[in-house]
Design a protein around this ligand. Structure first.
Ligand code: 5GP
Length: 302
């Protein structure tokens, strides 16, 4: 066997410099948490959204020991309670571990883990079917009704499926700050989430779900970092293609455009707190509802 040649000197030097830069960047993150410039939760969320970031490379123990009021003994205990091993880095946490860490950090900040869940996913993955199932089988979950400038399809009811509004009315809602987020979807119509009903429902301890597109999910994260973002996945890519084409409501060029969009959308899945595979609608809906936790008042042991 021929020995592997040593990497050229220049590569090793470059790798060494990159490692030093990464260490410095991680130290800067720890410093910003220790000086209360940034919360540990905000840092973790950067790590989950950007796998190549310094935050993602930070060990969870380092993240937690940077919090001014957490000593090493407490951190070891918390890590054990959260079921996270000492070696784990923020970016390498599984989805359930992320949710447990996030809920723990939220509680430390004095906030109850949010009961606001955002369900997003690629075109034709079945978000609409899952949310209809939840509407019909879990009446205690409030489904947000979006405003849209598109026209109703047959069978759609104003105020149930959407609030169908004019462009002028949509402009007014934006200007009056009534929308939690809004976006142009599929390069055509505008869709937005009315904020007041959500605030009221959350204040009453209800669980709230938004079924929106991926850009919308990112905007909700920016506006309400405590929201839980769930990505709905197809069982396979082929199945997604079948569902997209099988819908038969669009022309071939439109289908191709939606497939391209779906590919780009699938790439966003790692920004989300949890993933649910939509193999069977009832099962997927149950998993989504479980991720919301118990309704307020029904969970003495939380
Ligand atoms: P459709 O016109 O087929 O009902 O919905 C098209 C897309 O708009 C879906 O991907 C749906 O998730 C998204 N959507 C629906 N309501 C909203 C909303 O309030 N905000 C955003 N950003 N997207 C939405």
């Amino acid at each position: 066997m021929t020995p592997r040649p040593a990497p050229p000197e220049v590569d090793r030097a470059a790798a060494g410099r990159a490692a030093i830069a990464a260490r410095r960047a991680r130290a800067a993150v720890k410093h910003s948490i220790a000086s209360r410039e940034k919360t540990a939760l905000a840092a973790a969320q950067v790590g989950w959204a950007e796998p190549a970031s310094a935050e993602a490379g930070l060990r969870v123990t380092e993240l937690l020991t940077s919090v001014p009021t957490l000593g090493p003994t407490r951190v070891s205990r918390v890590m054990a309670e959260l079921g996270i091993s000492d070696k784990k880095r923020v970016g390498g946490l599984g989805h359930r571990q992320r949710i447990r860490l996030r809920d723990y950090l939220l509680r430390r900040q004095g906030a109850e883990p949010s009961r606001l869940l955002v369900l997003a996913g690629p075109t034709a993955v079945g978000k609409g079917t899952v949310s209809t199932y939840i509407r019909e089988n879990h009446p205690d979950v409030m489904l947000s009704v979006s405003a849209t400038t598109r026209a109703p399809r047959p069978g759609e009811i104003d105020g149930v499926h959407y609030y169908f509004v004019s462009d002028e009315e949509f402009d007014r809602q934006i200007a009056d700050g009534e929308l939690l987020e809004w976006a142009v979807v599929h390069n055509s119509y505008r869709y937005g989430t009315p904020r007041p009903p959500i605030d009221e429902a959350l204040a009453a301890g209800k669980r709230v779900m938004l079924e929106i597109d991926i850009q919308g999910a990112r905007l909700v994260r920016a506006a309400m970092p405590e929201a839980l973002l769930v990505f709905l996945l197809p069982p396979t890519w082929d199945e997604l293609v079948r569902r997209l084409v099988g819908r038969g409501t669009e022309q071939p060029e439109e289908q191709q455009r939606r497939l391209t969009t779906a590919g780009v959308e699938l790439a966003a899945q790692d920004e989300f707190d949890a993933k649910v595979v939509n193999t069977e609608v009832g099962q997927a809906a149950r998993e989504v509802v479980e991720l919301m936790g118990a309704p307020a008042g029904a969970s003495a042991s939380r």
